[in-house]
Design a protein around this ligand. Structure first.
Ligand SMILES: NC(=O)c1ccc[n+]([C@@H]2O[C@H](COP(=O)([O-])OP(=O)(O)OC[C@H]3O[C@@H](n4cnc5c(N)ncnc54)[C@H](O)[C@@H]3O)[C@@H](O)[C@H]2O)c1
Length: 349
């Protein structure tokens, strides 16, 4: 059995979830961590029993020569991080969401991948929760509820914080097909705290047209309806899937159910962030080693992550142009910066 050696970059709060799954994956070993902040690094390596620690990423790559790297940093330097990781001969990079912020970032990452062959798995780990990974919800959608005509997708975090998770699951349920068009509106921007890195409109509402006459109402907004009754801001990740003969109702942390014509009672399934996040992160991580061993495609490979990002950016472009646009988008960094200025000066109302 090949045991893959991993290096983790960035020892902030999110890194804990990455490190904690290692004891449960026999063919992967977390051999080193790196953080600019030495105190944070030392506390992290001690807590998780990681043998080596570094404060300089390039030194860490040169000395450790890992097979796999976890990039668990804020999304400000993704292209630089990917480039030097690929240059060091790393086979696979697990990159936290969002994979990019600017339209040019995703093109830069595509170039790194094409030139190096390094695969990039984006850490939208919910794809490995059983109801999504095993296709349960997708199969019910395809086979039980008639023709799907409308999906309401809703979350309270902005387009670059909760948007990537919500769009990721939406596209997975729809079979990773690209939408044909989008019409979106947006207002306000808050660039304090984590939003200084996850830059996006505070309020975005988009209507997407998917193949098969499926409309998606995508609500990514601090004022979003989200999951009725949900009290926790980050737990609002919600889908209402409406078909001609039934309906599927999916929440992030309060289960999912479906009901079709003639059924007296809905059928329920588990959807629980609290119960599923650790196993989902473990299975997501183990699937990277499986991809290296067998070539089995990872559910969060770059190709799917890029479609998620480009679908979100399409909403930005539509809001910028103030009209429905055909996809794929051709939005530029300059247009996004101009839009940011406008969002800053707009009265949130
Ligand atoms: N997948 C999920 O469910 C989920 C949940 C929460 C957060 N996240 C994502 O995780 C990412 C990280 O979040 P966080 O809260 O841990 O961030 P953080 O800013 O608290 O931690 C990042 C760490 O990376 C270090 N770092 C940055 N650049 C470095 C470099 N060049 N060399 C060495 N160290 C460097 C920083 O010093 C910092 O300690 C974000 O993109 C966030 O969106 C994902």
């Amino acid at each position: 059995m090949t045991v893959y050696r991993s290096l983790l970059l960035g020892c902030g709060p999110r890194a804990r979830n990455h490190a904690e799954v290692y004891p449960d994956i026999p063919n992967m070993e977390l051999v080193a961590a790196c953080d600019l902040d030495e105190e944070r690094l030392n506390a992290f390596t001690q807590t998780h029993g990681i043998p080596q620690g570094f404060t300089d990423y390039e030194t860490a790559l040169a000395e450790v020569q890992p097979d796999i790297v976890h990039v668990v940093t804020q999304p400000s330097n993704r292209v630089w991080e990917a480039q030097i990781t690929a240059d060091a001969g790393v086979k696979a990079a697990i990159i936290e969401k969002p994979i990019a912020i600017l339209p040019s970032d995703i093109l830069g990452l595509q170039k790194v991948r094409d030139e190096s062959g390094m695969e990039m798995m984006v850490n939208c780990q919910r794809r490995y929760f059983p109801q999504f990974r095993d296709g349960t919800i997708r199969e019910i959608m395809n086979n039980e509820i008639g023709d799907v005509y409308l999906i309401r997708a809703s979350t309270k975090g902005n387009l670059m914080s909760m948007g990537p998770h919500t769009m990721d699951l939406l596209l997975q349920i729809l079979g990773d097909v690209a939408p044909e068009a989008v019409w979106a509106m947006a207002y306000g921007i808050d660039e304090t705290g984590y939003k200084a890195h996850h830059r996006a409109p505070e309020h975005t509402f988009a209507e997407y047209w998917f193949p098969g006459d499926i409309r998606v109402l995508f609500d990514c907004d601090t004022e979003a309806l989200g999951t009725p009754g949900e009290q926790s801001f980050w737990m609002h990740l919600h889908f209402d899937i409406l078909g001609t003969k039934g309906r599927i109702y999916v929440t992030q942390n309060a289960d999912w159910w479906y009901q079709t014509e003639g059924m007296a009672e809905p059928v329920w399934g588990v959807s629980s962030w609290d119960k599923q996040q650790n196993d989902g992160q473990r299975d997501f991580t183990a699937a990277v080693a499986e991809w290296l061993d067998t070539g089995k495609p990872h559910l969060n490979r770059f190709e799917t992550a890029r479609l998620v990002f480009d679908t979100l950016v399409g909403a930005l472009q539509s809001a910028y142009e103030g009209k429905r646009i055909k996809l794929p988008h051709d939005f530029t960094d300059e247009q996004w910066n101009e839009q940011r200025g406008g969002l800053k000066s707009a009265d949130a109302g």
